[in-house]
Design a protein around this ligand. Structure first.
Ligand code: FAD
Ligand code: DHB
Length: 393
């Protein structure tokens, strides 16, 4: 099997890259370790920033997003028993985010790729790479119990944090930047009506909580828990009682309902540099992880492949190598801005285990500043809805 571009991983990054290349007449193959059903059901991100929404519309993927996505022009910050609204639209000249599940984006992408006759192989784990610094990289993969080889001119590692592509780069060619956060998120998907029409980010002495949603009947909510906590320790009643305490505010009631999905995710910051080795390019979670508080992970993955698709397009249309050469540095500028914003949101909203009283006071001082200063609120809003001023071309 050969195509000009080979892609490992059918998450948002790999699938969207394949679609963007197709729109430029560039063929690709995509290898995905898991089944189609698995990737379409995996409950993860939910907030699409404005540049992501704009891009999905531009490239013909906005139909269901427009019909089913929930446009949010603001969000709520709740702390010390009071609630403050950050008005994104007013602070950023009409920009907003859209709540639309990652697995819905993935379903839309898979449907579009299959209609176009793409080579998109599920249950096909990549096991090894070769020739990354040659003109014809290749990947070993397994399909139907048989080991096979796929070749390409350029290979893209879009296989998430636990994939094989980052590990295929010689360690001395990469610099790893990492920050462990002493928190994890317990996330639930529940059949219950959202308590309002916007997300609530709550800081409480018991820890952080986030009230989000997927539809007018389904909520997605998160609780800060210890990194070594287990879902077995969190029966449904305990989750609801904890959410009620952390969101408590005058006149506020939280509807309960059956919990359909429950999982714990550790929080980390992680970046490798550069995002390229020979003819291998890394994109999305394969190259960087942010803590989820800023809702940036999927949006960064999408921004990476937008840039990479443009660079590969320049190569195939005009023989340009400069855009490929610039990919890593350009993408990393946005990545580090998102790492900063995610760190800032995380430290402002989470309670440090062990009770750092000084840190607590600093976090509340910051929350109050955001709630009372237009400049501080604008900074939060423009980062949250997505910076397009830094659109890199
Ligand atoms: P992935 O989605 O991880 O896709 C990688 C794919 O590669 C997977 O399908 C995997 O099966 C496949 N793969 C791995 N190894 C191999 C192999 N060897 N061979 C073939 N295939 C392989 N982001 C946001 O923007 N907003 C949010 O609100 C948000 N909230 C989040 C909440 C939670 C609880 C979590 C866990 C994440 C959240 N994120 C959020 C982050 C977001 O989900 C990720 O950043 C996003 O999935 C990254 O996409 P990706 O395509 O790079 O990687
Ligand atoms: C969701 C996830 C996030 O990480 C976030 O900051 C906001 C919302 C969500 O899954 O809805």
């Amino acid at each position: 099997m050969y195509a000009p571009v080979g892609i490992i991983g059918a998450g948002p990054a790999g699938l969207l890259l394949s679609h963007l290349l197709h729109l430029q007449g560039i063929q690709s193959w995509v290898l995905e370790a898991r089944s189609r059903d698995h990737v379409e059901r995996r409950v993860r991100a939910g907030v699409l920033e404005q540049p992501t929404v704009d891009l999905l519309h531009e490239v013909g993927l906005g139909h269901r997003l427009a019909a089913e996505g929930l446009r949010h022009e603001g969000t709520r910050l709740r702390f010390a028993g009071t609630t403050h609204r950050i008005d994104f639209a007013e602070l950023t000249g009409g920009r907003a985010v859209t709540v639309y599940g990652q697995q819905e984006v993935v379903k839309d992408l898979i449907a579009a790729r299959l209609v176009a006759g793409a080579t998109l192989l599920f249950d096909a784990p990549a096991t090894a790479t070769a020739g990354l610094d040659s003109a014809r990289p290749s990947v070993r993969y397994t399909l139907d119990g048989t080991a096979r080889t796929a070749e390409c001119d350029f290979l893209v590692g879009a296989d998430g944090f636990h994939g094989i592509s980052r590990a295929a780069i010689p360690a001395h060619r990469l610099t790893v930047y990492e920050r462990a956060y002493p928190y994890a998120w317990l996330g639930i998907l529940a059949r219950s009506s959202p308590a309002g029409d916007e997300l609530i980010y709550a800081r409480h002495d018991r820890g952080f909580a986030l009230h989000s949603m997927r539809t007018p009947e389904i909520t997605r909510q998160y609780l800060q828990v210890d990194p070594d906590d287990s879902v077995d320790a969190w029966p449904d009643d305990r989750i609801w009682a904890e959410l009620e305490q952390r969101f408590a505010a005058p006149g506020f009631t939280l509807g309960r309902g059956p919990i359909m999905d429950k999982g714990i995710t550790p929080m980390r910051g992680f970046v490798v540099e550069p995002l390229r080795y020979g003819r291998l390019f890394l994109a999305g979670d394969a190259a960087h992880i942010v803590p989820p508080t800023g809702a940036k992970g999927m949006n960064l993955a999408i921004a990476d492949v937008r840039l990479l698709a443009h660079a590969l397009g320049g190569f195939y249309a005009d023989g340009r190598e400069d855009l490929l050469d610039a990919y890593s540095e350009t993408a990393l500028r946005r990545v580090w801005r998102a790492e900063y914003f995610s760190w800032w949101m995380t430290s402002m909203l989470h309670r440090a285990p062990g009770g750092d009283a000084f840190g607590e006071r600093l976090a509340y001082a910051q929350l109050e500043h955001v709630a009372t200063s237009r400049a501080a609120a604008t900074s939060l809003a423009e980062n949250y809805v997505g910076l397009s001023a830094d659109r890199p071309w």
